[in-house]
Design a protein around this ligand. Structure first.
Ligand code: ADP
Ligand code: ZN
Length: 521
């Protein structure tokens, strides 16, 4: 394809059959075509492949595409060939005939795109072949596979940086993983630490309504939410396998058509649920995170979290299964102190190295911050992914701005109660102390003699629970997994304690707690 005869737009139409670029695609295509080093972060389904395929056709010479997903490579090669593009793949699944065809095109210089599995980079032969083949661009799909701490780590991805240096050509890396730490690793390992031009686009899903609620009779909350959306396809994510089964039963008892799904089920049973979900209207699937990878039903109208997800990335991915068709869709995420404790413990008890654990706590904190936000959730969510936005009008906080109050004094009282008891107790006992509740435990330990005893009588027990939950949400205190969830102050609490900063808490949570109906368990 001689590049001076066809511009982006003509190629977009003729080869790919699209009328316009998706948000972000145009500028990425331009930068890659211009031969700049590029890191592009786009959500799954955002249209990443076009961002290297189109530049490959605009540029002279050969573009090498490295991807870990063989089936996907074969798909893309087939589609490109059908559109008349000289593309080929060298993967372990190739027949000799396929290999020979690719080699021929490589030798006569007609190949435009060569897809390569990362394992291929391990052989000296491939490196030599690439050096001789006139490569002018390297594109790396799923670039987060270079991150050693991610769950998709591919050791062979570490060779890509070396290849880039050896060939001395620009590199364009693509991923859907947006966290800072992974980005830094990609820059370090793929670009040798030299900052590429970075694009972060298209994370907003404006048709998805966002809402969070503190747990307050969680089963009733889920049944209410699902009940208002009867007959629509939805997913309820749960933290445990057992809960998917009990909640699915509760939904069926409530007149829904629901089934459960988790990793402990037989593969055939799981497949049956997947198939039903894809074909039936209005089915509710109650699932663990195991339900997701293969789900691409376009008209999922709602997603609920019966338990808090493990990170802001997980949250985004899970709610993102709703409304792929662009029509309005709703989400609700429940969270409570038990979730926070469980997620912290999972991180602390995991096998990850300390710096990784700190990052995981950070990702959980980001989600808790979103849960306890006091203004537009979407602004906060998108800012986490690096995008700026205006208040959205499609989240619970835009719908009903929460009342807030200066929580500094309440928080300082709570911190003081924890410090004066050597950070050895959970919120229950601390609230007993704050509200002056003379329990046996208080008496036994002599905690009624503390200066903090009964200083918090102005708030009820449930209001204090809300304060403690918000404190955990702001990461001022953490439950210590090794000491039965005893609350320990974090360094973030120090400025508050010293009177250097103040904190704003949400009033509505506390008011709701005050007016709350008896919890249905
Ligand atoms: P990703 O790799 O980012 O997950 P893909 O590159 O597979 O996404 O693209 C996702 C879908 O979007 C594909 O079906 C693709 O054909 C479609 N698509 C990509 N770019 C455009 C565009 N500019 N206009 C319309 N559809 C597009
Ligand atoms: Zn909003």
């Amino acid at each position: 394809m001689p590049r001076d005869l066809t511009g982006h737009d003509a190629l977009l139409r003729e080869i790919f059959g699209f009328d316009t670029f998706r948000p972000g695609q145009g500028e990425i295509v331009e930068a890659v075509t211009a031969g700049q080093n590029v890191l592009a972060i786009m959500p799954t389904g955002g249209g990443k492949s076009l961002c290297y395929q189109l530049p490959a056709l605009m540029r002279s010479g050969l573009t090498v595409v490295i991807s870990p997903l063989i089936a996907l490579m074969r798909d893309q090669v087939r589609a490109l060939r059908e559109a008349g593009v000289a593309a080929g793949a060298l993967t372990s699944g190739n027949t000799d005939e396929e290999n020979n065809a690719v080699w021929d095109q490589l030798h006569d210089g007609s190949l435009k795109l060569l897809y390569l599995a990362p394992e291929r980079l391990a052989s000296g032969g491939s490196q030599r072949m690439l050096a001789e083949a006139g490569v002018t661009l390297i594109a790396v799909d799923e670039a987060h596979c270079v991150s050693q701490w991610g769950h998709d780590f591919r050791p062979d991805y570490l060779r890509i940086g070396e290849l880039r240096r050896a060939l001395g050509v620009p590199l364009a890396a693509f991923t859907a993983t947006a966290d800072q730490e992974t980005q830094a690793e990609i820059v370090e390992r793929l670009f040798g630490g030299e900052q590429p031009q970075t694009f972060l686009r298209g994370f907003d899903r404006p048709n998805i309504h966002l809402a969070f609620q503190p747990k307050d009779g969680p089963r009733r909350q889920i049944l209410d939410f699902a009940g208002a959306r009867r007959g629509q396809s939805g997913i309820v994510y749960c933290g445990t396998r057992a809960k998917t089964e009990t909640l699915s039963k509760a939904l069926n008892d409530d007149g829904h058509t629901a089934c459960f799904y988790h990793g402990g089920m037989e593969p055939t049973d799981r497949r049956r649920v997947e198939e039903r979900f894809a074909t039936e209207d209005g089915l509710v699937v109650v699932a663990t995170v195991a339900f997701g990878m293969g789900v691409d039903k376009p008209d999922i109208r709602w997603v609920a979290h019966a338990d808090l997800p493990k990170s802001i990335e997980a949250y985004y991915q899970e709610i993102g299964r709703a409304g792929r068709d662009g029509a309005p869709s709703e989400t609700l995420t429940l969270y409570g102190p038990d979730d926070i404790r469980l997620r912290r413990a999972q991180i602390d008890e995991g096998l990850a190295p300390p710096e990784r654990r700190a990052a995981d706590h950070g990702r959980l904190n980001a989600l808790l911050g979103l849960a306890e936000a006091i203004s537009c959730r979407r602004v906060r969510l998108l800012r986490y992914f690096g995008e700026e936005a205006e208040p959205c009008g499609a989240c619970d906080l835009c719908d009903t701005p929460p009342e807030t109050f200066d929580g500094t004094e309440a928080v300082r009282k709570a911190l003081s109660a924890a410090l004066r008891t050597n950070e050895s107790f959970g919120s229950g006992h601390l609230i007993d102390i704050l509200t002056g509740n003379m329990t046996d435990k208080v008496k036994e330990r002599g905690h009624d003699a503390l200066p903090t005893f009964a200083v918090g009588k102005d708030l009820s027990r449930t209001q204090w629970q809300a304060v403690f939950r918000q404190m955990m949400g702001h990461d001022l205190m953490r439950p210590d997994a090794e000491r039965h969830g005893a609350l320990v102050m974090t360094d973030d609490a120090l400025p508050l304690l010293r009177g250097e900063t103040t904190i704003t808490l949400r009033r509505d949570i506390i008011d709701r707690a005050r007016n709350r109906r008896p919890a249905v368990k």
